[in-house]
Design a protein around this ligand. Structure first.
Ligand code: GLN
Length: 319
């Protein structure tokens, strides 16, 4: 049965790899444009640690916006949910992830949600610690508690984004003017861009998805890493805002809480569906996908198509 799952994944990866030609690697962060757009890889990890992989699943890539999920969790662990929600709302926008228009339209300018850049920079400013290093460390230790290994940043991607972060810099300074940041603008920006540059593989993000699928409980370490309330709020945000302004389509046609990043990663958390044995991974799983060619919304084209196929075949939709 395990080998059937593996064979299916291999053949779907071969089929959907072709969809990459409908997208392009992100180029507004110049270092990301160097990725080979034809890559597609996947890793699925079940509640008992069983793992199915296919394609370029071992390729390292940067977290980018997937890091917004983890920083939100870390800020909620540190301050409590209600404090964080005073600084950032939980409402989807239908705007691009880097949009700034609503900040001024809706006074006093609380960012609409933590998955758009304005909200994510705000969340990064609230991480535990008095310096950029401490804030960044508090985030990486949460990531490492889930993936079980140490992570470095990709210096080239970090420098490339730092030099070209004009919109994010504008957002951070605007948020300082309106009083929503918990630390100086340039510090918040540095933490945010560093967290976006953390290197992972599909296996790492599948592990993070697995913990979220189990409401903050790490089934392999047998440890509750954060509360059920934080996990549920985070998954609700993934469903409504995780794929940016394509979240509605993703909910309709894939139907699992997920978060994408412009480097082409998608992290999905598939909760247990009470169908153990009937379909693969019926008792929940985490899925990590990597396919660097992205669409106009910033989501992996081949990765989204692959997830749609798997969700259909394995009956993964939560709806
Ligand atoms: N670092 C990227 C940015 O801020 C992350 C965006 C993304 O993955 N959508 O623009």
């Amino acid at each position: 049965k395990q080998s059937q799952i593996q064979d299916d994944l291999e053949s779907w990866v071969d089929r959907y790899r072709e969809d990459a030609s409908k997208g392009k690697c992100a180029a507004y962060i110049p270092a990301l444009a160097k990725a080979n757009p034809e890559q597609l890889g996947i890793c699925v990890i079940g509640q008992d640690g069983s793992k199915a992989v296919a394609g370029n699943w071992e390729t390292a890539f940067t977290l980018q916006s997937i890091s917004k999920v983890i920083s939100f969790i870390a800020a909620c662990i540190h301050h409590g949910i209600s404090y964080v929600l005073q600084r950032v709302d939980v409402e989807p926008t239908g705007d691009a992830f880097d949009s700034m228009i609503r900040l001024e339209l809706h006074k006093p300018g609380r960012p609409f949600n933590p998955m758009i850049n304005a909200g994510a920079i705000t969340v990064s400013s609230l991480l535990e610690g008095d310096s950029t290093e401490d804030k960044f460390d508090s985030l990486t230790s949460l990531i490492e508690s889930m993936t079980g290994r140490q992570h470095q940043i990709n210096e080239e991607v970090y420098k490339s984004e730092w030099k070209t972060a004009h919109r994010n810099r504008a957002l951070a300074h605007y948020l300082t003017a309106t009083g929503f940041l918990g630390c100086p603008a340039e510090e918040a920006l540095e933490v945010y861009i560093r967290q976006c540059s953390i290197e992972v593989t599909t296996e790492d993000i599948a592990m993070i998805g697995l913990v979220l699928a189990h409401d903050g409980y790490h089934p392999l370490r047998q440890q509750q890493l954060f509360s059920k309330e934080i996990a549920r709020l985070t998954k609700a945000l993934m469903v409504t805002c995780g794929m940016y302004n394509a979240s509605g389509n993703f909910a309709a046609f894939v139907g699992v809480p997920a978060k994408s990043g412009v480097s082409g990663g998608i992290m999905a958390a598939v909760p247990p569906r009470g169908r153990k044995g009937e379909t693969p991974f019926g008792d929940g799983c985490g899925i990590g996908v990597y396919g660097p060619a992205i669409d106009q919304y910033g989501n992996s084209v081949a990765g989204t198509a692959l997830l749609g196929q798997i969700a259909g075949a394995w009956d993964l939709s939560i709806y």
